[in-house]
Structures are given as C-alpha cells and as structure tokens.
Design a protein around this ligand. Structure first.
Ligand SMILES: Cc1cc2nc3c(=O)[nH]c(=O)nc-3n(C[C@H](O)[C@H](O)[C@H](O)COP(=O)(O)OP(=O)(O)OC[C@H]3O[C@@H](n4cnc5c(N)ncnc54)[C@H](O)[C@@H]3O)c2cc1C
Length: 353
C-alpha cells in the first residue's frame, strides 16, 4: 500500500487553534474533516493569549530547550505563511545594573535563543548602555536595555484567515455544537469516524474522564489575565513583575498597551475572570517599572484564559508549555501546547492519523 493515500473521515472535537490548525493540515492531505465546537471557533483559550509567536525565552531558564526550539521553528512558519497578520517585534528587557548576574544570565539566554533559531532568527540582539527610548518612559533607576526579537500576531484577523482557509478546504465546521459522548472506536455522539481528535484545550482530562477513558496526564489549571491600557507604546517590553520572580510583557496593541500576564492556580477551566489581586499585581508591576503611573481608570478592558499545564515535579511556574499526544485506538487526544506550536501538533498528528 506504500504511496497510496488512504482518505479518512476525521472528527475533531474542539475548534480552538489546535483543532483548527490540525484540521487544515489533515484536509490538505486529502482527509474529510469535521470540527465540532461547543461555542464559536477560537472563542476560548485561543482568544486570550499574549499574542506572541515565540519559542519562549523565559522557558530557557528551566532548560526546556527542545520545546523552545519547536516554538522558534513554528514562529517562523507563522511569519512566513501569514505575513499580513503577523510581524516581528523588538522586545526590550530593561536593567538597573550593568554588572549584575541577572543581566549576564539574560545576555547568555538571548544569545542562545538566537542560536536555537538558527537561520530562522528574526534579528540581532543588542545590549544598549545608557540609551533612552523616547517612547518608553521608564523609572530613572533603569540604566539600559537588552533587546531580542520575537513574533507578534493580530489573532483576530489571523483567526479569520484560518477559518476562511478551513472553509475553502471544505472542512465541515459545526459551531454551537457541544459533544457529549465519544469513545476510542471513532464515535462522536452516534456519528462514526475513522479517527477522532480531542482538541479541547484545558478540558481534555475532564472530557476523557467523563467518557471513562484514562487520562495519561494530570493537569494544573493556571489562569492568566491581561489588561488593555489606555497608553501607547511602540516597542515591546519584558520586565520583572511585582513579585520579582516572574516576568510581565507590555506590548503594543492597536493604539493601546497589552499588559500581562498573571499565573494563578484555579480549580476549573470554566469561565475564567480577572480578580482584584491580579489587576493590582499588573498595575503594581507596571508602576514599579514605568515613570508615569497607571490606575484602574487607565484600564480599557481585561481578559483571562486558562493554561492547561501538564503537571510535573516542578512548581507550576516552571512547568513546561510543551504538548503531549495520547493515543487510544482511534482516539487521539491533545494536551497542552501553545498557539505558536499548533503547526507542530498538526505535523505530529498527521503522522499518526
Ligand atoms: C494567559 C495565556 C496567555 C497565552 N499566551 C500565549 C502566547 O502569547 N503565545 C502562544 O503561542 N500561546 C499562548 N498561550 C497558549 C494558547 O492560548 C493555547 O495553547 C491555545 O490557545 C490552546 O488552544 P486549544 O485549541 O488547545 O484550546 P482552546 O482555544 O481552549 O480550544 C478548545 C475548544 O474546545 C471547545 N470545547 C470544549 N468542550 C467541548 C465539547 N464538549 N464539545 C465541543 N467543543 C468543546 C471549547 O469551546 C474551545 O473552543 C496563552 C495561554 C494563556 C492562558
């Protein structure tokens, strides 16, 4: 049978970025694909991100090297294939002391990040000493910046393009269609498929167990919230949050600033909402870094999403963002991942379908 493509009927449960990108890759291989989405496409976790296309510079701190490399490869894929809704962005890391261990650590990290990207590197990193960026009004304690490049997306327009592409590829898109039952033999609510793909983001373990299928992974539900501020910045900034152990991004977003994110363990992925502590944390983080302080009056809007982090022996702040694929006969279940790495998830699934 070598060389003959067997066209399969594939049912995907969940229309977030993972389900959508997997459906596109499989439809391009000639398979007949249907997506069943409980709400509307891309309306849950996939619309609550920091909008970065990245390998995750800060994950290098925990030596998640393969994961970072996968992300850098996929970052390039997005920028190359969807240049109209993605761009590279220079991100500045401000520092207070030129001779600190922390700055040295970042310098090495950034150089290694560039090395891992190889030919897919987006630009040269740089150390700025005593240089002031006019548009960034930082606290006077800061002495300069380190810079590196990552990708940024307009997730709304990019999402619209992907849905349009899915329609062109004749993928059946069923929205407002909650799946109640599925099994490992290819059934979704009494419809029969050759393969079923469970792409329900943070709900994977819950839905597997509801359908009496063992989940190979335990999940921590970590809420992350963002604020959209009535401020304009032109460069991206990555700086220490108020807790001093994690980092926060301030990124240009339309005419405003996108500020995030937090990491709060929650019990359920349903209906995440920013709480007062998170709002204060983000405001305090901003105010300890920028000279011109903000208050809650400067918040235009806020949104929250839940990361399904695969539980490890480490503290959840250090958990990997990598994905895991579980296979049970004709059922393929996706755990974790990032928006950026959805093409890697799709490539992997294409090899096992
Ligand atoms: C705060 C935060 C910031 C992030 N920032 C970034 C970033 O900057 N860059 C990046 O690359 N990644 C980022 N991520 C990660 C990224 O958001 C996720 O990896 C990605 O969105 C997951 O997509 P998904 O399709 O797996 O899940 P989802 O987008 O949650 O999609 C799952 C879908 O399944 C549906 N569903 C659930 N149950 C059923 C059912 N019974 N029947 C039918 N459908 C069902 C849901 O309605 C949902 O639409 C961030 C995540 C968070 C939480």
């Amino acid at each position: 049978m070598d060389g003959i493509l067997l066209i399969k009927k594939i049912g995907i449960i969940g229309g977030g970025i993972s389900g959508l990108v997997v459906s596109i890759f499989l439809a391009k291989e000639g398979h007949q694909v249907s997506i069943f989405e409980k709400k509307s496409l891309l309306s849950e976790t996939s619309s609550k991100t920091t909008k970065l296309l990245h390998g995750g510079l800060r994950y290098l701190e925990n030596f998640h090297i393969k994961e970072v490399q996968k992300g850098l490869n996929d970052r390039y894929w997005w920028l190359k294939n969807f240049p109209q809704h993605t761009n590279k962005i220079k991100i500045l890391i401000p520092y207070k002391n030129l001779f600190s261990l922390e700055l040295l650590k970042f310098y090495i990290g950034i150089k290694f990040y560039g090395f891992l990207a190889g030919k897919k590197k987006l630009g040269k990193s740089k150390l700025y000493i005593k240089e002031v960026f006019q548009d960034i009004n930082l606290d006077s304690d800061y002495k300069g910046y380190l810079s590196f490049f990552d990708g940024l997306m307009d997730d709304e327009l990019l999402g619209k393009d992907l849905i349009h592409l899915a329609k062109e590829l004749k993928i059946n898109l069923y929205e407002n269609h909650e799946v109640s039952n599925f099994d490992i033999y290819g059934n979704i609510d009494n419809k029969k498929f050759d393969k079923v793909i469970l792409a329900v983001g943070p709900w994977t373990k819950i839905l597997l167990e509801k359908n009496k299928i063992k989940s190979l992974k335990n999940i921590d539900y970590i809420k992350g919230s963002h604020l959209i501020l009535n401020r304009k910045i032109n460069s991206g900034l990555m700086f220490k949050g108020f807790c001093q152990s994690r980092y926060v991004f301030a990124l240009p977003y339309k005419e405003f600033t996108l500020l995030g994110t937090t990491e709060v363990k929650v019990r359920s992925p349903d209906k995440p909402k920013i709480d007062t502590n998170e709002e204060n944390y983000l405001i305090d983080s901003f105010n300890q870094t920028f000279r011109d302080p903000i208050s809650s009056k400067d918040i235009i809007s806020a949104y929250s999403g839940v990361r399904p982090l695969i539980r490890s022996k480490y503290d959840f702040h250090k958990s990997s963002r990598d994905f895991f694929i579980q296979q049970d006969s004709n059922l393929i279940s996706i755990f974790g991942g990032k928006w950026t790495t959805s093409p890697s998830i799709a490539r992997k699934i294409a090899t096992i379908v």
